[in-house]
Write a new protein. Structure first.
Length: 113
């Protein structure tokens, strides 16, 4: 399962505190880099997110817990939508509801008819 793990540093957290913790956890082998599918920082610093792949929630918690005194976490399970397949699934659902023709006739937003 893929998890979106957004973090925001607490107001008094300093960069060097985070860096020291990351290096300490890495040196202890606790960051589980084999589970990290992506690690992104947001512009401005102090926030970002990880994409973690695991089927074991305890493993995910153990990985993030050492940082909980430095930052808040918002963790959500995510699933991928393949665009063309998702559009077809939406069309099928609307068709079953008898609403496909209504949705198909709607003019595109921002286009004059």
């Amino acid at each position: 399962m893929l998890f979106y793990c957004a973090y925001t540093w607490f107001p008094n957290t300093r960069p060097e505190e985070v860096w020291e913790r990351v290096i300490h956890q890495h040196d202890c082998g606790a960051n589980a880099p084999e589970l990290i599918r992506g690690w992104y920082d947001l512009a401005g610093g102090g926030a970002g997110f990880l994409l973690i792949e695991t089927d074991d929630l305890r493993e995910l918690t153990a990985m993030l817990r050492p940082y909980m005194d430095l930052m808040a976490w918002d963790i959500r399970a995510v699933s991928e939508n393949r665009y063309d397949e998702t559009i077809q699934q939406i069309r099928d659902a609307l068709g079953q509801m008898g609403r496909l023709s209504h949705a198909h006739r709607a003019a595109a937003v921002g286009v004059e008819s």
